[in-house]
Design a protein around this ligand. Structure first.
Ligand code: ADP
Ligand code: MG
Length: 707
């Protein structure tokens, strides 16, 4: 490696060695500065300019000692990937030399040109100014690359007029909203010591690894991250021999280096295994607060690609790289924790905790039911349309899996709960006679999009390639909203215990429809969900409009997460991103169809035709039936292929000419995407007919079974 910033071998020493973390700050900052910064980080107090100056200097010294020459404000615009603009630390001196400098101002604020990032109509190009602002709640880190070491400072990114242009700003706002409302509820339960409630996330990341040489031989993978043509290989995932299977050497070497790289960045990569599909794998870190967890997931995705490259592999993060076998998702494990480490979704052992636990649990259930459309939307992108509500689970219907024991307890609550309620400190409410809940009392349910897994919820719809920011913004905000409603009711209660019980009962009665412990993949569930009145939103285009519904605008406004303007901008960006993604896919398909597949099929026809002629020319009267039959079949398929190519071309032309973003996205979905399916069917048929040696690209078999 070019820059061996951490030359240590021991995992404990390697871990976080590239992070300006608490330990480094404690060591390098004057006591008063450290304390002031900690106060900002822990309690959200404003950061003073003098403190920033001292921190900047310490950060610079630390970074330079580790070989850094540049720094960057690292931010997350609406592109889905992170952005950085590198500045050297150098500052000229009067004698024509330079010194290494980094000021508090430079630490706190950056001014990247915002006009080239997606803004959804928020700004005209002439108003190019955008700001990045230091997020001191996510630690700065060093990125090592071929070209050197760079100090990366996590920042929020907003426009000149203060609108969020990124994924971090609203996430931080939603965390504050959740904390505020959760504290109100905790206070009612007599908790006066907790100062902050922190939503937590541990995203399990799925991905594919394929050979880099083969990857480069496929235009579709290169341009779109997924295969647009490809007949199924004789073997798929039907043998179930890949899931948790022993990991191949080459992949193990990749995983080993990936872990080390992530550990250096303070990402606690913990588990790794083979996933269901051939060449599919998963990595999961230990959970963190949703801000750091989201930053870390971005680093995980970026580092996976980089390390794969070093091992002659390509890492595919697309939700559906291959038709006919499982795609990739991200399991967003989510919970809420107090600043002193109490997991609010941990059922606990004592009845008292149970009551509080049940309130938080029911708050989540109510939130998920009432705002299912927003949750669904938060998991929507063009790639995920192949999974959700399409040929692969989980379905597009949001439901909650609770397991038998909790479902039973909720039933008891609905039936009035245990009558005999004693008064006293520990036994605050009637439900206190419920049993203490041991962890893992029920089996897992892999088919549920939103499953309670012992002491957290696992939101399983999240797209593998996307930032987890969106889903967590929605989760934090909808739960904040319900907690605020509950707090309002409970704060007015004359008899707290009775009111809690009544409230829980109301929630169960009104929202039990969202609880489903059965097989979420079955057709019966789709029918039943419809009878229950649960929304079933099949596509991104349909989902996106929910973002600007009156209900959504009121919700996000109330909790200061998004302004109406920001919501409109996000809606537009999401639709534009969808249209652009399908447009690139369609254009790539056309190029492959016209310049690769059709020429290969024509060559094969030539061969068949000359074979017919040559055999006939022998005058032996030998049968040319096989060649002729094949020739006819290939020719007929080519006719259809050519027709569908033309139709796709027309569909793209028509869709791209539509100005209205919503109508445009709709056309890409209903016309272009639909037509792509028809063209693919013909292309894949040709693949099964044409001589292997003429086929112009690696096949599914090559891609999936060659690593
Ligand atoms: P499984 O999905 O098999 O239950 P784990 O229990 O290891 O796997 O958890 C999966 C992910 O959930 C890990 O990233 C883990 O850190 C995370 N996780 C565990 N507890 C919490 C929590 N309280 N909040 C958020 N994520 C959590
Ligand atoms: Mg899991």
């Amino acid at each position: 490696m070019a820059n061996e910033v951490c030359s240590k071998q021991n995992v404990a020493e390697v871990f976080g060695c590239n992070v300006f973390n608490d330990a480094v700050m404690r060591e390098r900052l004057p006591k008063a500065t450290y304390k002031a910064l900690k106060k900002t980080i822990d309690e959200g107090l404003p950061l003073g300019a003098t403190v920033a100056e001292v921190v900047a200097n310490a950060m610079k010294d630390w970074a330079i000692e580790k070989g850094a020459t540049h720094y960057t404000h690292w931010f997350q615009p609406m592109t889905g990937v992170t952005a950085e603009k590198h500045d050297a630390f150098i500052s000229p001196t009067a004698d024509g030399k330079v010194i290494m400098e980094f000021s508090g101002k430079e630490l706190i604020k950056g001014e990247p040109d915002a006009s080239s990032f997606p803004n959804g109509g928020l700004r005209a190009t002439f108003e190019a100014r955008g700001y990045t602002a230091w997020d001191c709640t996510s630690p700065a880190f060093l990125k090592e690359g071929q070209s050197g070491v760079t100090l990366c400072i996590p920042t929020a990114f907003c426009s000149y007029t203060g609108e969020a242009l990124d994924k971090k700003t609203p996430l931080l706002r939603s965390m504050e909203a959740l904390s505020k409302q959760a504290l109100r509820v905790l206070k009612l339960f007599g908790n006066t010591t907790t100062k902050k409630v922190i939503p937590t996330v541990g995203p399990e990341q799925e991905y594919f690894l394929i050979d880099k040489k083969l990857y480069h031989m496929r235009k579709d993978l290169r341009y779109t991250g997924r295969t647009l043509f490809g007949a199924p290989a004789p073997k798929g995932q039907e043998m179930d021999d890949h899931y948790f299977g022993s990991i191949r050497e080459r992949v193990l070497a990749f995983m080993k280096e990936l872990n080390t790289e992530l550990w250096k960045l303070g990402v606690s990569a913990k588990t790794q295994h083979n996933e269901v599909a051939p060449a599919q794998h998963e990595i999961a870190p230990i959970f963190n607060d949703t801000n750091i967890g989201t930053d870390h997931n971005q680093l995980v995705m970026e580092t996976m690609k980089k390390v794969a490259n070093r091992h002659g592999l390509a890492c595919l993060l697309h939700e559906k790289p291959f038709a006919g076998i499982n795609g990739s998702g991200k399991h967003n494990n989510w919970s809420m924790s107090t600043d002193d480490g109490q997991n609010l979704l941990d059922p606990g052992k004592t009845p008292h905790d149970n009551a509080q636990f049940l309130v938080f649990l029911c708050a989540v259930i109510k939130a998920v039911d009432e705002h299912a459309e927003l949750l669904r939307l938060s998991a929507a992108n063009a790639g995920n349309d192949h999974r959700l509500g399409a040929n692969e689970a989980p379905p597009a219907i949001i439901s909650v899996f609770l397991g038998e024991q909790l479902t039973d307890i909720l039933q008891q609550l609905e039936n009035g709960g245990p009558e005999s309620s004693k008064t006293g400190e520990e036994l605050r409410i009637g439900v206190s006679t419920l049993p203490a809940l041991p962890k893992d009392t029920t089996d897992r349910n892999r088919t549920s999009p939103f499953a309670f897994t012992g002491n957290k919820f696992e939101f399983r719809m999240v797209p593998s390639s996307a930032s987890v920011s969106g889903p967590n913004i929605v989760l934090n905000t909808i739960v904040a909203e319900v907690l605020s409603e509950l707090a309002e009711r409970l704060e007015k209660a004359v008899d707290f215990d009775k009111e809690v019980q009544a409230l829980l009962k109301d929630i169960v009665i009104n929202h039990k429809r969202v609880i489903f412990n059965g097989n979420g993949y079955s057709d019966e569930w789709v029918k039943e969900a419809e009878q229950r009145g649960l929304p079933n939103i099949a596509s991104t285009v349909e989902a996106v409009s929910k973002l600007i519904s009156e209900k959504s605008i009121a919700l996000f406004k109330k909790h200061n997460v998004f302004t109406e303007i920001e919501l409109h901008s996000r809606c537009e960006i999401k639709l534009e991103n969808y249209s652009k993604a399908i447009n690139i896919e369609a254009l790539t398909m056309l190029e492959m169809a016209k310049r690769q597949i059709l020429p290969a099929a024509l060559k094969f026809c030539d061969q068949l035709a000359s074979s017919v002629n040559q055999v006939k020319a022998t005058g032996t009267g030998a049968d040319t039936g096989v060649q002729e039959e094949l020739l006819k079949e290939v020719s007929a398929t080519m006719v259809s292929f050519q027709k569908n190519t033309k139709l796709l071309e027309e569909a793209v032309k028509a869709a791209s000419a539509i100005e209205d973003v919503h109508e445009c996205a709709y056309a890409y979905q209903s016309k272009v995407f639909a037509q792509m399916g028809l063209l693919r069917a013909d292309g894949d048929k040709l693949e099964t007919l044409v001589d292997e040696s003429l086929w112009p690209m690696p096949t599914y078999g090559d891609l999936l079974f060659d690593v």
